[in-house]
Design a protein around this ligand. Structure first.
Ligand SMILES: C[S@@+](CC[C@H](N)C(=O)[O-])C[C@H]1O[C@@H](n2cnc3c(N)ncnc32)[C@H](O)[C@@H]1O
Length: 269
């Protein structure tokens, strides 16, 4: 791996002997049996088990493996083809169980790192592709040295402009996927009495980036009952839904849904 990592405790460069990452101050981090490395020291955790739960991640895996969101991957790949060099160095931030990280690497080969604050996410992600380095870490303190990457992918994930700018090379880019107003509107109208718009486009990205691409995408999917349950479980709606609405959804045989999202490319200035 050419991408230089830095110690999450002291910020010194980490060296890798294949089993352990170590810095010159002797902070060391072992590779887990599955291959991921935990670079989230306990002092930077806000809870015992931060991030998505195992149950959410398993539902996400089943749902994404069904191929229903393949067009989203294709949209990101097309942006990558246009805005990243051959064999790019890529960070997938909030990679979850690794579906997009692995698919994007297959479509646009290069050096990939996936980071998630959920240990279970990094653990599951390792089974997707052994040549991707999956790390448990937080987006707000990336364990990556300055100016290492060509691209940061933030898919339905966090936006940390200062950290992304720091780890990107000059002219590197963030590819950001965010949900549009109509995303899963049919599901939301069952869950909520009132549905509020949620297009999220941070205006200036702290002045560190220039927006070079912005495109709206949409398509329709039909979900059967098991896929509908998985979709519900992998989204934050699961935690908000009232019991009688959940029971209604759990008894629904099939539902037509709108998938609506934006892809933006932000080039580092
Ligand atoms: C909505 S999910 C998106 C997962 C994946 N990108 C996808 O689209 O399938 C957001 C992910 O961000 C992770 N996450 C939340 N806070 C984080 C943080 N501070 N640093 C890194 N990952 C975080 C969660 O554990 C979760 O896996």
């Amino acid at each position: 791996m050419d991408i230089k990592l830095k110690c999450p405790v002291c910020g010194k460069e980490l060296t890798d002997d294949g089993k352990t990452l170590k810095c010159s101050k002797n902070h060391s981090f072992d590779r887990a049996r599955q291959g991921y490395i935990n670079l989230l020291p306990v002092q930077f955790k806000h809870s015992l088990d931060p991030g998505d739960t195992a149950e959410m991640l398993r539902a996400r895996r089943r749902f994404l493996d069904s191929g229903k969101y393949t067009p989203i991957c294709q949209s990101v790949f097309e942006a990558m083809e246009k805005y990243t060099p051959q064999a790019p160095k890529v960070l997938d931030i909030g990679c979850g169980e690794g579906y997009y990280t692995a698919r994007l690497k297959a479509l646009r080969p290069g050096e990939y790192i996936g980071i998630d604050i959920s240990k279970e996410g990094a653990r599951m992600a390792c089974s997707r592709d052994k040549d991707i380095l999956f790390l448990v870490a937080t987006a707000s303190r990336l364990p990556i040295a300055d100016s290492q990457l060509d691209c940061v992918c933030a898919m339905f994930s966090l936006l940390m402009p200062d950290e992304y700018a720091r780890v990107l090379k000059k002219n590197g880019c963030v590819i950001e996927v965010t949900v549009g107003n109509d995303h899963l509107k049919e599901l939301k109208s069952i869950i909520y009495d009132e549905v509020f718009p949620q297009d999220k486009h941070p205006a200036d990205y702290n002045g560190l980036f220039e927006e070079v691409h912005r495109q709206e995408h949409g398509f329709q999917i039909t979900l059967d009952n098991p896929s509908l349950k998985d979709l519900l479980l992998m989204t934050p709606h699961f935690w908000r839904i009232r019991k009688e609405r959940r029971e209604l959804l759990e008894a629904t045989d099939s539902l037509d849904l709108t998938v609506h999202y934006w892809v933006r490319v932000l080039k580092k200035k």
